[in-house]
Design a protein around this ligand. Sequence first.
Ligand code: NAD
Length: 309
Amino acid sequence: MERVLVIGAFGQLGSELTDELRKLYGEDNVIASDITAARAQAARGPFEQLDILDRARLGEIVEKHKITQIYNLAAILSSIGESKPGVAWNVNMNGLVNVLELAREKGLNKIYWPSSIAVFGPDTPKVMTPQETVMNPSTMYGVNKLAGEKLCQYYFQKFGVDVRSVRYPGLVGYKAMPGGGTTDYAVDIYFKAKQGEEFTCFLDKGTVLPMMYMDDAIRGTIQLMESPAEKVKIRTSYNLAGMSFAPEEIGSSIQKIIPDFKMIYAPDHRQEIAESWPDSIDDQFAQAHWGWKPKFDLDAMSKDILENI
Ligand code: NAD
């Protein structure tokens, strides 16, 4: 029987992924954990407060709950990472090392750790960015994710730790709010539109970025984690694509449902980060190795979100 620990379970991804994992493995077999206990009462199921940097406590929780798999989602995201680079390095890197070391010592079955399109940089080819290409990230977050991918591959090759990863594009969902990334506008825009308000976009017109609806991200993550180990041939992190759009395209998609929706543009420091990232992603290896296929395009996502918020 699998016993799963989710670290960073109250974030944008963790809130939804924890629910899905509980459907799969049973509520009591999935332990949510986060540095903050603020949402512990609202969340159902077992919870442990955990700072991923506290290695002793991490070990205690793994022992206490007889954990066999860890999903490590604790992170400092791209925009916040630029204002707190030292904190980002510490959480993003030392947190990952703590999990990988524990997996090695205790022989855990599987580890999941997400990477990001932030591993790419200004001199990476932007259109249909390949799996293997020039990677010179220009953000602390991107540097962390690239180093993290190499660490995962090292622990797999050297110690046989079955660690799996995808490079998410910007994730768009409506059940939990985003945590300080460069693609957060694509969540806020739906709430403003639904409230009948004008939306001020922190990215400029024409800034095309790869994005993915949360349902697809969760499905892809679980699909990768449930695949037989021999199908997971890339042990850094898989490119994963959903859709690509610029702010004005998500605006037009919303206007098909809310015709009088208006947006204006006031690009800030996040524009420079966005410009260093790809427009679109070539995910042929995820498709070929473990059968990845997204379900949602932009209009399907807009319809689903606006119906549900
Ligand atoms: P988030 O910021 O919404 O959530 C991160 C969670 O980690 C928060 O609940 C936070 O309280 C927790 N956390 C922070 N420091 C911690 C610590 N020291 N110990 C334990 N918990 C701590 O982020 P998210 O969007 O849910 O991202 C989850 C993962 O997916 C991250 O690795 C992120 O880099 C990756 N990712 C996200 C996106 C996206 O668009 N959201 C895109 C690419 C990759």
